[in-house]
Design a protein around this ligand. Structure first.
Ligand code: IPD
Ligand code: CA
Ligand code: CA
Length: 271
C-alpha cells in the first residue's frame, strides 16, 4: 500500500512520523528512568488483576499516567489504548498503544528484564514502534517502511532455517491454571526440536530479540495489543514475519524469519 496516500494532514507524513517517533522515544525513556529509580527499592505497592498470577505495581500505573499525560497534552486529537486504563477515544485517526511496563512479574521480583512499549497506529496500521529496556539501556525503534534499529544501528532477524540450530522464546498466559489452552502442549511439541528455549517474561522484549537476531523465533498465545503493537513492527521492519496461529485466544503469534515461522507453525498443536 502507498503510505503517502493514507495521510490527510497537510504536514508531510514523514515529518509527522518523525515527530511522533521522537516523542515516543522521549516518553518511553522517561518512563524507563522512573522504572530504574524504583527497581529493587523494596517498597513497591502491588495489586493483582485478572488472577493471582497477574500483578500490577504502582510503577506500571505511574508510567502509564506519565505517558498518557504527554500524549493528551501534545496530541489531543489522538486516541490511546493503555494496558492499565483502557481506551481513551479521541477524534482523529491516530492511536497510541501503550504497555507502560511489559514484564511486570520480572519487575516485581527484582529481575531485570522489563521494558516500555509504545506503538502508534494511523487508521489501524502501525507506523511507529518503540521499545525501551531500561536496565540494559536498549532502545529498539522502527518506522513503517524505514527499517528497525537498536540504539541507532539497523537490526535484522536471524538467518537460520533449521529448528535444531534455533533458540526460541515463548510464554504462558496468566490463566494457565484454569484454561487448558495454555501453551503447554505446544511447549512439549516444539522444545525437543530446538537448540534452546527461553522464557524472558516480556513479550515486547522477546519480539525485539527476534528482530535483532538474538533469538531465532518466538511464539505465544493470548497476547494483547499493547504487548505486541510496537514489537511486531520492529520484527517486520527487521525483515521478519509474524503469523497468527489461532484466533480463539486473543493475539496468538509466531515471529521469526519466514523459514522459522513456517517450521514452528508445522509443530504447533492445531486447535
Ligand atoms: C506480560 C509479559 C509476558 C507474557 C504475558 C504478558 P505484562 O505482560 O509480556 O511475557 O507472557 O502474556 O501479559 O503483564 O508484564 O505487561
Ligand atoms: Ca505486557
Ligand atoms: Ca504491562
Amino acid at each position: 500500500m502507498n503510505i503517502r496516500r493514507k495521510f490527510s494532514n497537510s504536514e508531510n507524513e514523514s515529518d509527522i512520523r518523525r515527530r511522533i517517533l521522537q516523542h515516543a522515544i522521549e516518553w518511553a525513556m522517561e518512563a524507563g528512568k522512573l522504572q530504574r529509580e524504583k527497581f529493587r527499592s523494596g517498597h513497591i505497592k502491588m495489586d493483582t488483576k485478572s488472577s493471582i498470577h497477574d500483578v500490577v505495581t504502582e510503577v506500571d500505573k505511574a508510567c502509564e499516567d506519565l505517558i498518557i499525560g504527554h500524549i493528551s497534552s501534545h496530541y489531543p486529537s489522538h486516541s490511546v489504548l493503555g494496558e492499565e486504563t483502557g481506551e481513551h477515544q479521541s477524534t482523529g485517526d491516530w492511536e497510541w498503544v501503550v504497555d507502560p511496563l511489559d514484564g511486570t512479574n520480572n519487575y516485581s521480583q527484582g529481575l531485570p528484564l522489563f521494558c516500555v512499549s509504545i506503538g502508534v497506529r494511523y487508521k489501524g496500521e502501525t507506523q511507529v514502534g518503540v521499545v525501551y529496556v531500561p536496565y540494559l539501556d536498549e532502545l529498539y525503534t522502527a518506522t513503517l517502511g524505514e527499517g528497525a534499529s537498536l540504539n541507532g544501528r539497523f537490526i535484522r532477524v536471524s538467518r537460520k532455517t533449521v529448528l535444531d540450530e534455533c533458540v526460541l522464546a515463548t510464554g504462558f498466559p496468566y490463566d494457565k491454571g484454569t484454561n487448558p489452552i495454555n501453551n503447554l502442549d505446544n511447549f512439549s511439541a516444539i522444545v525437543p526440536n530446538l537448540r534452546g528455549i527461553r522464557r524472558s517474561g516480556s513479550a515486547a522484549y522477546d519480539l525485539c530479540c527476534v528482530a535483532s537476531g538474538w533469538l531465532d523465533g518466538y511464539w505465544e498465545l493470548n497476547l494483547k495489543p499493547w504487548d505486541v503493537c510496537a514489537g511486531e513492527l520492529i520484527v517486520a521492519e527487521a525483515g521478519g514475519c509474524i503469523q497468527s496461529f489461532r484466533d480463539d485466544r486473543n493475539i496468538s503469534i509466531v515471529a521469526g524469519n519466514k523459514a522459522v515461522v513456517s517450521a514452528v507453525m508445522d509443530k504447533l498443536v492445531k486447535p
